[in-house]
Design a protein around this ligand. Structure first.
Ligand code: B12
Length: 271
């Protein structure tokens, strides 16, 4: 194979031969994103049994266009996931249902695999990209007609944290419900958030954190607000947070999902 063969006459029932064949394809750049190698060996310490290798081979790799959105995200197929999102929308699902029922559970599945050591960071990145591609399409469908601005809010993922898919969903929902969003992005230092709120005279700030290690930055940001701009309301969200923890770090509200942020904003700006 190193000298140019696509394959040789080999015994596909021999695990070691198949391992050499798959490794060669991966190392010679003939296995896009090493998907074949990963799907055959992820989660195994040893080479898989002949039976499971055969099963992996039977997977309809080429029929990816018919794959559903959940599967596209789990397998990290960005180019197919927008198409699959469109199919889901055309089948009558509402944009929010596609997010809640297909995108988020798929990312949860990938996250669990990552934690269990059966999925690796490059795959996590590919799944995140696939989710983003699907979301970009859904965002187009969500964008309603321009309405009167109900209020202005800041959104940020806190310092040390680069997870922004959830924050971006919150942003789109808030914009759709008539809020102007100043999006400070991800990994945002506490003082930058406070300074922006002071400069722009903002009454509501939404903070996102996805890791146990970065909720500490969230608490730090809230403390800084209490000292420097105490009239600001702060809503926090992200997969690791709970109402109890939000109370503990001194947030004004906890938002389980994007709609919760809209409801809380409405209670502040339109009551
Ligand atoms: C995608 C992903 C990534 C992507 C992020 C891409 C991006 N642009 O966001 C990449 C691959 C870059 C990544 C990197 C890492 N990740 Co990661 N990642 C995930 C994964 C699989 C999904 C997160 C996600 O987007 N979920 C979908 C969104 C829509 O959900 P959500 O963010 O929770 O948002 C919803 C609600 O929570 C809420 N919400 C969110 N924010 C806000 C804000 C407000 C104001 C409100 C009201 C509501 C709200 O509304 C949203 C919509 O309903 C999770 C696992 C999981 N299931 O959560 C791991 C996970 C979060 N990652 C994890 C880790 C460890 C990492 C890395 C450290 C890995 C590494 N070794 O490098 C790095 C982190 C680097 C850093 N400094 O931040 C761990 C965190 C463990 C922990 N408990 O601390 C997790 C839980 C995986 C795991 N089980 O181990 N990751």
């Amino acid at each position: 194979m190193n000298n140019g063969l696509n394959a040789a006459i080999i015994n596909p029932n021999n695990d070691q031969i198949m391992a050499a064949y798959r490794s060669a394809n991966a190392l010679l750049g003939r296995d896009a994103n090493c998907m074949d190698y990963i799907s055959a060996y992820a989660g195994t310490q040893e080479i898989k049994t002949v039976q499971s290798v055969k099963k992996a081979e039977e997977k309809p790799e080429a029929k990816s266009s018919g794959m559903n959105l959940h599967e596209c995200i789990v397998r990290g197929l960005s180019s197919q996931s927008a198409e699959a999102a469109e199919t889901a929308l055309n089948s009558g699902k509402q944009p929010l249902e596609v997010i809640d029922e297909l995108i988020i559970p798929a990312l949860d599945e990938v996250g669990k695999g990552f934690e269990a050591g059966t999925i690796y960071l490059p795959q996590l990145l590919m799944s995140a990209d696939a989710a983003k591609a699907a979301f970009a399409l859904i965002k187009e469908k969500l964008s309603g007609t321009a309405q009167q601005i109900k209020g202005r809010v800041i959104l940020a993922t806190v310092k040390g944290d680069i997870h922004d898919i959830g924050k971006n969903i919150v942003k789109v929902m808030m914009e759709n419900y008539g809020y102007e969003v100043i999006d400070l992005g991800k990994d945002v230092p506490p003082q930058v958030i406070v300074d922006t709120a002071i400069r722009e005279n903002i009454r509501l700030v939404g903070l996102s954190a996805l890791m146990t290690t970065t909720v500490v930055s969230m608490e730090e940001t809230i403390k800084l607000f209490r000292q420097q701009k105490p009239d600001t309301k702060i809503i926090v969200g992200g997969a690791v947070l709970t109402q109890e923890y939000a109370d503990q770090i001194g947030a004004d509200a906890y938002g389980k999902d994007a709609m919760a942020s809209v409801r809380y904003a409405d209670s502040i700006f339109t009551q």
